[in-house]
Design a protein around this ligand. Structure first.
Ligand SMILES: Cc1ncc(COP(=O)(O)O)c(C=O)c1O
Length: 314
């Protein structure tokens, strides 16, 4: 019988599921694989928490009683490939998580994918700081068997996440109560102009690059490459001045964030000293779509003034 109207709900759809937030999506992944094996998760040794929000990456590990191990990160939060591969080959982990920090695609993703394939490890991309879903043909978020996003880090909503499923190997668990995204989130998602959001964020990033003062106390962490759409403009502030600069800018009504200024205690300080160094120095300057080029100029001028007063220019 030829039907008069369309009825197949999955026909012509994308592989996305809306969730309460990114951590819910991550927890659904962990619960879903649990029916096949007990999750033993390989995590990057740069994961933070706050007393108010907990840890979006680690709380689901604890909630599902998953086992875990850490791999080190490089100076700009890339994947330390040797330890990563050693763990994957060891047979002691069955899930690997890669975090695309601050919207920047991590290094060696093709190699990460092929190692995970070879050793039968499920790859998950944490795209909570990225948001290039609408862009066709992009690789980011398609390397993993799963990837997850955080809508409220990108759009003016109080919650919202997305789980992207790129594999048919697992039956996804249905949402539990309160694990779906509220209507307000779906509406904001539907009306947002992503091309315009990307354009503004990328322009602001480039403006920071050209206007930020070159001081020995300030290191720019990332360059914008092919697919990157930045969540913020991360810098490292040296000589123990990060906290001071953070409060200095706050007093000037220019609030910034420091992701992550506090690492989860499971990351051993003596094993991962570089993670603690970055955590003590990181400062994320705002570049979201409400930030104007004038705002960026003023922030850069204020940072310059801070360094003029507090340290010698290069
Ligand atoms: C890298 C990363 N992944 C996941 C999350 C969790 O995001 P959400 O607040 O949407 O659960 C966060 C934030 O907490 C994060 O920084």
């Amino acid at each position: 019988m030829i039907s008069k109207t369309q009825s197949d709900k999955l026909n012509c759809t994308t592989n996305l599921r809306f969730t309460r937030n990114a951590r819910t999506a991550w927890e659904i992944v962990l619960r879903s694989v649990s029916s096949r094996f007990k999750p033993k998760v390989l995590l990057p040794a740069y994961i933070g928490y706050t007393d108010r929000e907990g840890s979006g990456v680690f709380d689901p590990i604890e909630a599902t009683s998953s086992e875990y191990a850490f791999y080190g990160v490089t100076r700009n939060l890339g994947i330390e490939m040797d330890p990563f591969e050693e763990h994957v080959r060891s047979g002691k982990v069955n899930i690997a998580l890669v975090i695309h920090y601050f919207g920047f695609c991590r290094n060696d993703m093709n190699r990460v994918r092929s190692q995970c394939d070879e050793y039968n490890v499920t790859l998950v991309e944490d795209c909570a700081h990225t948001f290039n879903l609408g862009l066709k043909g992009r690789k980011l978020s398609n390397y993993g068997d799963f990837s997850f996003f955080s809508i409220h880090k990108y759009l003016p909503t109080t919650c919202g996440g997305i789980l992207k499923v790129n594999t048919a190997r697992f039956d996804l668990e249905p949402h539990r109560d309160l694990e779906g995204a509220p209507t307000t989130v779906l509406e904001q998602y539907a009306i947002s102009d992503y091309e315009e959001i990307y354009r503004r964020r990328i322009n602001n990033f480039k403006l920071y690059e050209s206007l930020l003062p070159r001081h020995e106390g300030l290191e720019i962490l990332f360059e914008l490459k092919g697919e990157d759409i930045p969540q913020s403009f991360p810098v490292r502030i040296k000589s123990g001045r990060r906290k001071d600069l953070y409060f200095y800018l706050m007093k000037k009504c220019m609030p910034t964030t420091a992701l992550y200024y506090q690492l989860i205690t499971q990351i051993a300080r003596n094993e991962f000293p570089l993670s603690y160094e970055i955590s003590n120095e990181i400062l994320n300057l705002p570049l979201h779509q409400d930030i104007t080029s004038d705002d960026v100029s003023r922030i850069c001028a204020q940072i310059d003034e801070y360094f003029q007063v507090h340290s010698k220019a290069v």
